[in-house]
Design a protein around this ligand. Structure first.
Ligand code: UDP
Length: 404
């Protein structure tokens, strides 16, 4: 079934639906192009899968293209991603050359004649230099930019300065040293996607059985790419502490995205850690890229964890809150926008495994506490982080810069 804006009315109410239609009327037949570097895995693909069809539904001619790149290119852009979040990088001439050549290649087979171009994240950022610019270009950066590696930032700025607008997820990421207009638009989830929609108990049981996930003990889960920034090893350490007090099971669910070449390495590390310490099927690793399974795992969890070291926003947290689940997550980046500590979940210093374990244990021992945190989390997401709000924010910005 193709979703249309009307389907969201029952969830978000009439006012925002009407506002969206009103704003969209300025854009009939105007062409908008989104470019990112993966069709699946990770938050950006998740957002675009919902946003682009809705833009089309309300009368915009929206298109979504994917940057093709070699393994070398994605290895290098993953290093850029790490360095933008504060990690080190050796920015060699070779890296710069691979980066730029990928843009030249793309520009040789991809025509851009749309009325506005929205570039997502650092991978396709320099494309702007390889087209004759006849329309507004927006750079939408989804990661935490508060302490980037300075050498890399300076290199990337050459391209960013050409943009008409930069979209960030949080005001904390605003850069004083960037004269381009910066707009804050937090991401959002699609409450009607396969990953987030309501599912019945029978379907949940069917999937739990199919993927060998027993329900004899409460489940703690983290749904995240196997990435050092998501600290899956820390989750296992924390789980061991919780398990000393309350018997439970850990499910780590992490598919990989093609633009994340490090995930295989991290997965191997996680597997080794589990084999060394934990037996009896008490830690379950899921690597199947399956939206309904993510939905099932989140809905079957007693506590959902997000132990990120850095987190641009953290759609996995939004998804968990939407499902009324208590979330214990790191007090970092975009997670802070989503959880009020002690009210709609718990925020914990990501280095403090003891505190993480203590919070998880408290919820396991007191399911009523989990329920009330989850209820408040759901209400907050409903007000702030659903796809309709994101669509309206985009329309408002596009109206300004396209003078529609
Ligand atoms: N995800 C998934 N399967 C997995 C792991 C993650 O579908 O095995 C999804 C997750 O549900 C969420 C997105 O990937 O929609 C992760 O987005 P987030 O913003 O949390 O992190 P990112 O991967 O973009 O850093």
């Amino acid at each position: 079934m193709r979703l249309s804006l009307d389907h969201y009315r029952k969830i978000v109410g009439d006012t925002i639906i009407s506002d969206i239609y009103k704003q969209a009327s300025g854009f009939y037949k105007r062409k908008i192009l989104h470019i990112n570097s993966t069709f699946y895995g990770g938050g950006v693909a998740e957002i675009l899968s919902a946003l682009v069809p809705l833009m089309n539904d309300v009368g915009i001619a929206a298109d979504w293209r994917m940057l093709r790149g070699s393994p070398d290119f994605f290895n290098m852009t993953k290093k850029f991603h790490n360095a933008l979040q504060g990690g080190p990088i050796n920015l060699t001439d070779m890296k710069r050359r691979v980066y730029i050549q990928t843009m030249i290649d793309f520009a040789s087979y991809c025509q851009i004649d749309q009325d506005c171009v929205i570039i997502h994240d650092p991978q396709p950022l320099p494309l702007i230099k390889f087209y004759t610019k006849t329309q507004p270009w927006i750079w939408r950066i989804h990661i935490d930019l508060s302490s980037p590696n300075e050498e890399l930032w300076d290199f990337l700025k050459e391209f960013i300065l050409k943009y008409d607008n930069v979209i960030l997820s949080s005001k904390e990421y605003r850069r004083k040293d960037l004269p381009v207009e910066q707009r804050i638009i937090p991401p959002a989830i699609d409450p009607l996607s396969v990953k987030n929609k309501d599912i019945n108990g029978k379907t949940i049981l069917k999937y739990l059985k199919k993927f060998n996930i027993p329900t004899d003990k409460p489940i703690i889960s983290q749904v995240s790419r196997f990435d050092k920034w998501k600290d899956p090893v820390g989750v296992i350490e924390t789980f061991k502490m919780v398990k000393e007090k309350v018997d439970c099971r850990l499910v780590l669910c992490g598919s990989s995205a093609i633009d994340d070449p490090e995930s295989h390495q991290m997965f191997t590390r996680v597997k080794r850690r589990i084999n060394n310490f934990i037996r009896n099927n008490d830690v379950i690793l899921i690597t199947s890229d399956n939206n309904i399974l993510v939905n099932v795992i989140q809905r079957s969890s007693a506590v959902i964890v997000q132990k990120s070291i850095r987190e641009g926003f953290g759609l996995s947290v939004t998804e968990a809150l939407w499902k009324k689940k208590p979330v214990v997550a790191s007090d970092v980046g975009g997670i802070r926008l989503q959880i009020k500590d002690g009210e709609s979940g718990f925020l914990v210093d990501p280095q403090d495994n003891n505190k993480f374990a203590e919070r998880i244990g408290a919820i396991l021992k007191d399911p009523k506490l989990g329920e009330s945190l989850g209820e408040r989390g759901h209400d907050f997401v409903k007000k702030n982080f659903l796809i309709t709000r994101l669509l309206l924010d985009y329309l408002n910005l596009l109206k300004e810069i396209m003078r529609a």
